[in-house]
Write a protein that binds this ligand. Structure first.
Ligand SMILES: C[S@@+](CC[C@H](N)C(=O)[O-])C[C@H]1O[C@@H](n2cnc3c(N)ncnc32)[C@H](O)[C@@H]1O
Length: 384
């Protein structure tokens, strides 16, 4: 994507005039929540067909990722805006005269408009999703503090830049987003301009914390690290806490060394194995943070996953790795299955968790380590 302030601002002004975010919200009233963070494709397609022609074109292109015939596009989108979309690269012309986005949708999130990758669940996805976005993105964004005035922020695994941009909008003096995928870095830079927040935000291509200087210190850190792949390297995990989030576990020591004296942050981790609203990973992470002088408060929520679904995700991910043979992927998956089956530890399911941490003491809890969550619904008996 071309990072050009004039072109991106022109596109944003057009989307605002078309009330893109408002129309999207109105459609969402009829769509209901979806576990992926994206509306179900066919349902959305039906609703979009009830819009006026210009909004139909816009939402088919940038909410569904569909190809649209050139005449309809030219009749709907002003020539200058269309030129900007082509020049930036969010639209391209196909051989048959149709236009479509190569890989990016435009999603409104609480006042922001974001370019994000087309999810793999959509039939219009033609390439791997390089700019990640899903339900977890919304969840972590909701957990951000209301004000970050005068704070220096670090966003590890920044993806589309959603959390970084919220932090900038909430007054952070500077935000550094670190992201492995170069395409996501470019998209996040474009998103910063699209939302007028580029002044204080810098996105760097980085494997974990590699692009940080030793002397860079932050007052607030947010990490929504990848939960698939669930395992790093080519060794099957030997402990339960290792199943679920390899990147987070590796960056923990480095994170605290970049945290200011009264610094705080949020770590998200998904599909961690545990029992009765406590997970082995949360205990491990909390203990590491405590050793470094932090207190933690964790929100734990039962995940819809089970051992079969987690093993399936793991094997699919391993099979897609460039240097892994199918038999190696199967062997590693078997190793994880054995660990789950033979561990002496109690397990009753997988949990999602959001860990809030602060150097020193928490204002909200007496204990150094506190947990909250929503218990599974209680069945109420009906008298006969
Ligand atoms: C779950 S997504 C979160 C993205 C974004 N923060 C959000 O909430 O929408 C995880 C992100 O981590 C990135 N990632 C994966 N491995 C990484 C690594 N070793 N270092 C930095 N980023 C990485 C992925 O490309 C992906 O964008």
């Amino acid at each position: 994507m071309k990072i050009d302030q004039v072109l991106l601002t022109q596109i944003r002004n057009y989307l605002d005039e078309m009330m893109y975010a408002l129309v999207d919200l109105r459609m969402s009233f009829e769509l209901g929540p979806s576990p992926t963070g994206f509306p179900r494709f066919q349902q959305l397609q039906q609703i979009i067909h009830r819009l006026d022609p210009a909004h139909q074109v816009l939402f088919r292109l940038f909410r569904l990722g569909e190809a649209v015939d050139g005449t309809s596009v030219r009749n709907s989108i002003p020539e200058k805006v269309l030129e900007s979309m082509l020049a930036v690269g969010i639209l391209q012309k196909l051989g048959n005269g149709e236009l479509r986005t190569p890989s990016l949708l435009i999603v409104p999130v609480d006042g922001l408009l974001l370019f994000v990758g087309i999810p793999q669940s959509y039939p219009t996805a033609t390439q791997p999703c390089n700019t990640w976005f899903d339900l977890s993105s919304y969840v972590v964004a909701r957990a951000l503090p209301g004000s970050l005035a005068k704070q220096r922020v670090l966003d590890v695994c920044s993806g589309s830049g959603l959390q970084s941009l919220f932090c900038a909008a909430r007054g952070a003096t500077s935000v550094v987003g670190l992201e492995l995928n170069q395409e996501a870095v470019s998209t996040a830079q474009a998103n910063a301009i699209l939302n007028g927040l580029e002044q204080n935000v810098e996105f760097r291509q980085s494997d974990k914390l590699a692009a940080l200087r030793n002397d860079e210190i932050f007052d607030f850190i947010v990490c929504n690290t990848p939960y698939a792949p669930v395992i790093n390297g080519s060794r099957a995990p030997s402990t339960l806490e290792e199943i679920g989030n390899s990147v987070l576990l590796e960056i923990l020591p480095g994170l605290v060394s970049h945290l200011s004296q009264n610094g705080h942050g949020i770590l998200a981790s998904w599909r961690a194995i545990g029992s009765q609203t406590s997970t082995y990973q949360m205990e491990f992470v909390a203990a590491k943070l405590e050793n470094a002088g932090c207190s933690t408060f964790t929100f734990i929520d039962q995940a819809p996953d089970n051992a079969e679904s987690v093993l399936r995700i793991l094997q699919t991910d391993l099979e897609q790795r460039a240097r892994m043979q199918p038999f190696q992927a199967a062997e590693m998956t078997r190793g994880v299955k054995d660990l789950l089956q033979n561990s002496a530890h109690k397990m009753d399911g997988f949990y999602n968790q959001l860990i809030y941490f602060r150097k020193g003491k928490l204002a909200s809890a007496n204990a150094q380590r506190a947990v909250c969550g929503l218990a599974a619904p209680v069945r109420v008996g009906v008298a006969s």
